[in-house]
Design a protein around this ligand. Structure first.
Ligand SMILES: Nc1ncnc2c1ncn2[C@@H]1O[C@H](COP(=O)(O)OP(=O)(O)O)[C@@H](O)[C@H]1O
Ligand SMILES: [Mg+2]
Length: 243
């Protein structure tokens, strides 16, 4: 087991009292699995991811994480004064890896995200999709076992997102990482996930878990994928009505 989550609860104290963000969450994630978390805005998806990452502490319950974690968020947060290759290699520099090895790793990871021709560019010269690819390469270069992604493609246009779905599927099949991917986009979740975990509206509970048994690589326009997405969307819509 890569991640074992047992009876996790989390409340936040606010000016208007206490908000229950997560209520009794249980989830097991196997090595190499791609799990998507979907749910209405404010249902606690990011809170759960942050607890997995150790950035936030649960009030009660247990979480066991087996492996090294890599993080990716909606904002790529690149260093604007560093070239693409130096952004990608930043973590290696900190680890004081030998220069030649650094360059080899950086090359390989730039190739993986199809940015080998942009090694010398600066972040402001890149599109949004390219910046997220740099962020992905920067995370992967540290060889995490578990990749935690919080709406990494939410700010991108539809065409760019589709290209990145393909690339992420390829990279995941190649690297066999365990991925936990938060999104409010159901089709995105069905396109990427082995399982789609649907959260209920506040307080965040797991409402239903769907297994996605479609062959890969998956295409957003695939009829089976659309059917499955509609099924999940029906479950989700009933949640949003209850808000
Ligand atoms: N640091 C915080 N302080 C107070 N309330 C918070 C904090 N972080 C999240 N919340 C609240 O917890 C709930 C879940 O938030 P979040 O996990 O960000 O939801 P999601 O990612 O599903 O949109 C929301 O009601 C949000 O307002
Ligand atoms: Mg969120």
């Amino acid at each position: 087991m890569r991640l074992r989550i047992r009876n996790i609860r989390k409340n936040f104290k606010t000016k208007n009292g206490s908000v229950c963000a997560l209520d009794n969450i249980n989830l097991d994630i196997q090595p190499g699995e791609f799990v998507c978390l979907v749910g209405p805005s404010g249902c606690g998806k990011s809170t759960l991811l942050n607890i997995m990452a150790g950035l936030e502490k649960q009030d009660s319950g247990r979480i066991k994480v087996d492996g090294k974690i890599g993080l990716m968020f909606q904002e790529p947060a690149l260093f604007p004064w560093l070239k693409v290759k130096d952004n990608v290699g930043f973590g290696l520099k900190i680890k004081k890896l030998e220069k030649q090895k650094q360059e080899k790793f950086i090359d390989a990871h730039l190739k993986m995200v199809h940015l080998q021709n942009f090694a010398e560019s600066y972040p402001h010269e890149l599109s949004g999709g390219m910046k997220q690819r740099v962020a992905l390469a920067r995370t992967l270069i540290l060889n995490p076992d578990i990749l935690l992604m919080d709406e990494p493609f939410a700010a991108l246009d539809a065409q760019t997102r589709e290209i990145l779905y393909k690339e992420l599927q390829n990279i995941w099949q190649l690297t066999k990482k365990t991925v936990v991917f938060v999104t409010h986009n159901v089709r995105e979740a069905v396109c990427l996930g082995d399982r789609v975990v649907v959260f209920s509206a506040r307080p965040g509970r797991i409402k239903k878990i769907f297994d996605v048994d479609l062959s890969r690589p998956r295409d957003l326009g695939n009829l089976e994928l659309i059917k499955m997405s509609n099924k999940i969307m029906d479950v989700l819509k009933s949640e949003i009505k209850e808000l």
